[in-house]
Design a protein around this ligand. Sequence first.
Ligand code: TYM
Length: 336
Amino acid sequence: MTRVFSGVKPTGHLTLGNYLGAMRRWAAVDQHRSDALFCVVDLHALTVDHDPARVRRLSRQAASLLLAAGLDPELCTVFVQSHVDEHARLSYVLECVATDGEMRRMIQYKEKAARERERGGSVRLSLLTYPVLMAADILAYGTDEVPVGDDQTQHVELARDLAVRFNQRYGHTFVVPRATGPAVAARVMNLQDPTSKMGKSEDTGPGIVYLLDEPDVVRKKVMRAVTDSGRDVVYDREERAGLANLLEILAACTGGDPAELAGGYDSYGALKKDTAEAVVEMLRPVRERHKELCADPGYVEGVLEDGAGKARAMARPTVDAAYRGIGLLPPAGASR
Ligand code: TYM
């Protein structure tokens, strides 16, 4: 059976981008057709300036939202990265296979490091090595497919490169994974700045729809989305980025095609109204289920505990094999 692995980072409240680019497919498709693991990747949240209590809170919330979005622990494994030591164990070994140049070429590193320096802050070493930990997340499980949004494809490419390089040097150990993306809305853009991604890490966000926003807040954000001064509704990602973003969001919510949908509108107002309602209706069951889960924290904790146990058992043999392959002496008594 195909092995699928993916994750969300608890650096902020989860957004419509996370949902359309990744989570929705995990629940609707991946968990049903594969042996799938979905992870709250909390170690990754420590790569930028962080508040420990907030990371804990957001990790719990992300886990509940994964379940609220429809992940079913009977069908897939849901867990928290730091509960499974194999991720950090493998990450170090992969750091001995990756190069400094490879890390510095990563687009997300360049952007985030520049932002951090602009603010006068210092850049954590873990921000540079982040993609190696991500490769470890993926490779530890013999992953075939990594369902992600557009922004993660460079990281998955690195995981592929490291898997191939390790296998060539030290013997076949890792499955070489590939990224899979959604048909539309692989990169949902910020409603106030359609040239940048709708990212969760920004603190406030009139241009960001959060999964737990109240319906009226969602409506307001969509109705105030920045478009351009044109009048006709056409789908053109280059020239009409704001409009294209709304059409893609509507298409993703309703299962339509952005260019075809454009033909059905002659005003921006009507398009915004329909998009707002489609988003509200799509998110309604997620918010409701999330509320129920918040009332039952013991259930979520139990799911995460079981998930970590299953994940550990799946990752251990591959990580042990990597340790042996690269030249580390097995502890006395370990089976060979
Ligand atoms: P993160 O937490 O930023 O995002 C989680 C998932 O949501 C997708 N996504 C988007 N898709 C479309 N439009 C957007 N605006 C948008 N914003 C986010 C992301 O592509 C991702 O699929 N590095 C990863 C977390 C990670 C991971 C992994 C993922 C760590 N280890 C191993 C897969 C496999 C990240 O920061 O995702």
